[in-house]
Design a protein around this ligand. Structure first.
Ligand SMILES: N[C@@H](CCC(=O)N[C@@H](CS)C(=O)NCC(=O)O)C(=O)O
Length: 223
């Protein structure tokens, strides 16, 4: 049975689910949904959003009105990192964390850290350099976000100087959000901005066949 995913291709959190599906090789259907972006770009620039997220049917599944949400065999789940853990545990615990509690916990720690430390400044930076109309962008806000991001990447660099992947030496589901973040950062800041181990890691994760699901720069730089 096909897993249904509500989301938009330009959403990094939707991309986490798309990358997971590519890793698992499972059939899935993406239903385009968003209150802020559509096929042409952001509503702040006068574009039409995909919609769906404000309908009573969607709100009954996800009261936040955000994306992604999934439906798998009658089970509804929102919160992107919870979706990753669910899919990992249900469909491939060996491949996604070696059926190992410590690797599961370490990956869990990193996806929570990504949510708290990497997403907010990166979201602000993308907004104030790409998504908002030029007259609404604030260079100082973008620069503060860029500085916070640089500090956060230093922490990732330190981890990757000690382990091959983010949770430990093996690839795990913890690498899924990090793959999307490092790809987006390389596209935004340029590959020269990547520190040595981050660049090495980017080479490794972007060589995985699943990466094609999130490779397109337009998914990351669309405004
Ligand atoms: N913590 C939630 C946040 C969900 C969220 O804010 N998603 C963004 C896209 S990355 C969203 O829905 N933006 C508004 C929209 O597209 O309507 C998660 O990880 O799923």
């Amino acid at each position: 049975m096909s897993i249904k995913i509500w989301g938009r291709p330009t959403s990094a959190r939707t991309q986490k689910v798309l990358l997971t599906m590519a890793e698992l090789g499972l059939p899935h259907e993406l239903v385009l949904a968003s209150g802020t972006m559509g096929a042409q770009g952001h509503v702040a620039k006068g574009n039409q959003a995909f919609g769906v997220v404000d309908t009573p049917e969607y709100r009954a599944m996800n009261p936040n009105g955000t994306v992604p949400t999934i439906l798998d065999d009658g089970f509804v789940l929102w919160e992107s990192n919870a979706i990753l853990q669910y899919l990992a545990m249900k469909y491939d615990p060996d491949g996604f964390y070696g059926s190992n509690t410590e690797r599961f916990a370490s990956a869990s720690r990193w996806i929570m850290w990504e949510n708290n430390e990497l997403i907010p400044p990166m979201h602000t930076l993308v907004k104030h350099t790409i998504r908002l109309p030029e007259e609404q962008r604030e260079p100082q806000v973008a620069e503060t976000a860029r500085a916070a991001l640089t500090r956060a990447w230093d922490i990732v660099e330190d981890q990757l100087s000690r382990t091959e992947h983010i949770a430990d030496d093996s690839w795990s589901y913890g690498d899924i959000p990090m793959t999307i973040r490092v790809h987006r950062w390389a596209l935004l800041a340029g590959q020269d901005a990547l520190s040595p181990n981050l660049a090495r890691y980017y080479g490794q994760v972007s060589a995985r066949p699943s990466f094609d699901a999130v490779r397109d720069p337009a998914m990351h730089l669309a405004g």
